[in-house]
Design a protein around this ligand. Structure first.
Ligand code: C5P
Length: 287
């Protein structure tokens, strides 16, 4: 039996850090949004109990890979392991702030669940995913969610916006722990950041499909530490705005940038322009 699934990337429409736990993990308040840019994962159930992942050589297929770790967590929870032959076709840029590894892990969980007769509910799968990575529960759920805690406390958000968007990345990836470390050197007390939140404005704007209010409520706390180190992030945002975007913001801990457009044609032209400059750029939709 074989299952093929899309592993959708995510962007963060809003990301504030509101605390730090004794174990070093940061408490977030973030609005995550699935986008159509996706990897493809094909999983076949095989004899035995071996977990095999073919990534085409673009990244490790062993236990360093979140999809393999997800499979191990799935079988630890089900206590009924079976053999797995998986093929991952990577499209989401890595270490980009787009949740690519988490998306693959979530797709593995959903695929194994389908191959195992839907043993777990979606919320049980998300709980298994939380042990694999902070963004995995959201990737299991998808859509638009307010994610709190370290990302595992999810509240679905109504999003009536339907705008084309461009995701682009220029330069090397950013390590998530390094990005959190930079915020630690800048902020003694994240709780004080929680008080001054524009989040309610964003939630209302999304619900109403209000483009103008959405644009002014987008926020990402990581920009203040990543942009000074990566001038390419700021210049990419500038270029996207010059090409007609109504907003451009870094996603997650960067360095990818997403931009909202009102016209699909303008978004297409921006993608063409960036590609001609040697920048990886993708025309996407929220999904
Ligand atoms: O959970 P994940 O593997 O995505 O996290 C990678 C690293 O990012 C963690 O080891 C931690 O250093 C940092 N992190 C954090 N707070 C979060 C999520 C991640 O400090 N909410």
């Amino acid at each position: 039996m074989t299952v093929t699934l899309l592993a959708n990337a995510k962007i963060n429409l809003y990301l504030e850090v509101v605390g730090k736990r004794p174990n070093g993990y940061h408490e977030l308040r973030t609005v995550m949004q699935s986008i159509s840019l996706a990897d493809t994962l094909t999983v076949t159930r095989t004899e035995g109990e071996d977990i095999f992942l073919d990534t085409g050589g673009v990244l490790p297929g062993d236990a360093r890979n979140l999809a393999v770790r997800a499979a191990r967590h799935f079988f630890a929870a089900s206590k009924a392991p079976f053999g797995v032959h998986a093929v991952l076709k990577k499209r989401i840029p890595m270490a980009a702030g787009l949740g690519g590894g988490s998306a693959d892990a979530a797709a593995m969980l959903r695929a194994l669940n389908a191959l195992d007769g839907d043993r777990f509910t979606a919320s049980e799968l998300a709980e298994i995913g939380a042990a694999v990575g902070a963004d995995v529960p959201f990737c299991v759920q998808g859509g638009t969610c307010l994610c709190e805690g370290i990302g595992e406390i999810m509240t679905p958000v109504k999003n009536s916006l339907d705008l084309p968007l461009v995701v682009a990345i220029d330069g090397e990836g950013v390590s998530t722990p390094t990005a959190f470390g930079l915020l630690d050197t800048r902020h003694q007390n994240f709780q004080s950041l929680a008080a001054d939140s524009g989040l309610p404005h964003l939630l209302t704007a999304l619900e109403n499909g209000d483009e103008i209010a959405t644009v002014s409520a987008l926020f990402n706390r990581f920009e203040e530490v990543i942009e000074p180190q990566r001038p390419a992030v700021s210049s990419l945002k500038q270029t996207l705005l010059q090409k007609g975007a109504v907003a451009a913001q870094m996603s997650g801990s960067g360095p990818s940038v997403f931009a909202l457009f009102q016209e699909e044609k303008q978004a297409e032209r921006a993608v063409e322009f960036l590609k001609n400059c040697g920048v990886r750029a993708y025309l996407c939709r929220m999904c």
